[in-house]
Structures are given as structure tokens and as C-alpha cells.
Design a protein. Structure first.
Length: 290
């Protein structure tokens, strides 16, 4: 549960070395503020906004502070995902999923727990392809995404980890929505990295499903995002996917050269996991089409 609003108000006030007397005035009395901080009573929205203004605190800053516990909890949750994925630990994912289900049952108003359950189902299905991904989960995620005005890092993580279970037209709609907000993401480095990786995943999925017209669109959109020479990881994936697309449209020699060069780069940089994954992709497509 998020911290009580009065407690958050008090923490921000003390952090700014302000007394209740300095904030109180005609609109909100000292006793009202004191009772609010102690959780004994609420104050009206108008009085609350006046008090925030006197502390020089924006509403967003206040709400971020009030939800700090939830953010810390979510960060802790996310930290479990990568080790479990590398270990392909289906049982570990299932245990974490049961924990999120329990939290959601206890706090059904906190939608993030339910979305975490869906996200974990995606990891479970990726680790064990024999387990189906429920359509109801996909419908709920889609409804959530397109009812959310501005996609933040969590929404990008959802798409970036559930793309395998989304059909191409819907995935394309999501990709274009991300691109429409690209200027917003440009100013936030973590968002910018996730945008690039998510778009690479969408492009790769289009290629794997032979949706070449969609694939061409994402190749063209990604080129201007990868002009920075420090983006070696993303550039190497781009090179491989560019080679795969060349191969699929009939330029086999150029495609093979680009794909093998990308694999060689991963090997030279001591990235055996990446080299293995892309070598498997190379062998699957080249062997199946020759």
C-alpha cells in the first residue's frame, strides 16, 4: 500500500525545513494541517493544492513520493526477471507469479500486480513453448496499453516481453504508437534504449513471420535511431536483421555475409550467449530456405 498522504506531506515539509506555521494561512489552518499529517483527518483538494504551492511542491513530485514504496517494490520485482530468464527457470517464474497473484487478490485496486502476472506468463511461455499464452491476458494487456495516455518504461517492458504472442497487425499498431511518441522518449536515456530494443524485437518478429512489408517499415524507422557509434549492441543486432531481411527477399549472398559478420562481432566481444542465439537463427532460416 502507498504511504498515507499526510505522512508524505510531513516528510516533504521537513525535507524543506518548513514549519506548519509557514504553510498554514487563510485557506488552511495550522490545526487542519497538523491533523492531516497525523492521519486524523483529510483536507479538501483546494486546501491541499494551496498547501503544496506554499511548499513549492508539484503535484507529480508529491504523488511520486507517496508511491515510493510501490516503486521500490516494483524495482525489486523486476530485478528477479533477468536471472530467472537466463536460467530458464520456469518454476521460479511460476513461484513469482503466484506471489503477484496473491498480492493482486489482497489489493485488487493495484492493477500493476495483475499486469505483473501477465508479464510473468510471457516469460513462462518463452521458456517452455508448450505452455500456451492465454488470449484473455493479451486482450487485457491491449486494453490497458491503449487506455494509457503516455507509455512509460513499464509499458515498453510489457510490449518488449510479450511481442512473441501478439499478431503482426496489433504489434505494428503498438510499434507505430511508440514511434509517434519518439520525441518524448528521446530525452530519457533509459526510455530511448528500451524503444530501440523494442523496435528491433518487432522488426525481428516481422521477419520471423515473413511479414516483409512490415519489416521494411521498421528497418527504415530504426536506421536514424542508430547513428551513435556507441550503440554497438543495437547496431550488431541491426546488422544481423538487415542480413536476414536481405536473405528473405532473395539477396542471399549479401544476407549471409551480414548475418555471419554480426555473429563474428558477438564472438569477438566475448558474448557467447548472443552469438549462440543468432547462430541458431541463422541456421534455422538458411537451412529451411535452401
Amino acid at each position: 500500500m502507498a504511504k498515507p498522504l499526510g505522512e508524505t506531506f510531513r516528510e516533504l515539509r521537513l525535507n524543506r525545513n518548513l514549519s506548519l506555521q509557514q504553510i498554514a494561512g487563510d485557506s488552511v489552518s495550522l490545526s487542519q494541517l497538523s491533523r492531516f499529517e497525523r492521519g486524523q483527518s483529510d483536507i479538501s483538494l483546494n486546501k491541499f493544492l494551496v498547501a503544496l504551492d506554499r511548499m513549492h511542491v508539484e503535484v507529480k513530485e508529491f504523488m511520486d513520493a507517496a508511491s515510493d514504496f510501490k516503486k521500490t517494490e516494483q524495482i525489486r520485482f523486476m530485478s528477479h526477471l533477468i536471472p530467472l530468464e537466463y536460467a530458464r527457470d520456469v518454476e521460479g517464474f511460476k513461484a513469482l507469479q503466484e506471489e503477484e497473484k496473491r498480492k493482486y487478490q489482497e489489493q485488487p485496486d493495484w492493477k500493476r500486480y495483475y499486469l505483473n502476472v501477465i508479464l510473468l506468463q510471457g516469460f513462462i511461455c518463452k521458456c517452455d513453448p508448450t505452455i500456451p499464452f492465454p488470449k484473455a491476458y493479451l486482450d487485457d494487456v491491449t486494453d490497458y496499453l491503449f487506455s494509457t495516455e503516455q507509455w512509460q518504461i513499464y509499458e515498453l517492458i510489457l510490449i518488449g516481453n510479450l511481442y512473441l504472442f501478439i499478431d503482426i497487425p496489433l504489434l505494428d499498431r503498438m510499434g507505430r504508437e511508440i514511434l509517434n511518441n519518439h520525441r518524448y522518449y528521446q530525452d530519457i536515456s533509459s526510455h530511448k534504449h528500451l524503444v530501440t530494443i523494442t523496435l528491433l524485437n518487432i522488426w525481428e518478429t516481422c521477419l520471423h513471420r515473413q511479414a516483409l512489408s512490415y519489416a521494411t517499415y521498421y528497418q527504415d524507422q530504426l536506421k536514424p535511431l542508430l547513428t551513435n557509434e556507441t550503440k554497438l549492441y543495437e547496431k550488431t543486432i541491426f546488422l544481423f536483421l538487415q542480413g536476414l531481411q536481405d536473405y528473405l527477399i532473395g539477396d542471399c549472398l549479401a544476407g549471409i555475409q551480414k548475418m555471419t559478420k554480426a555473429i563474428d562481432i558477438f564472438e569477438a566481444l566475448d558474448c557467447p550467449h548472443m552469438a549462440h542465439n543468432y547462430r541458431s537463427d541463422f541456421e534455422r532460416f538458411v537451412k529451411s530456405l535452401t
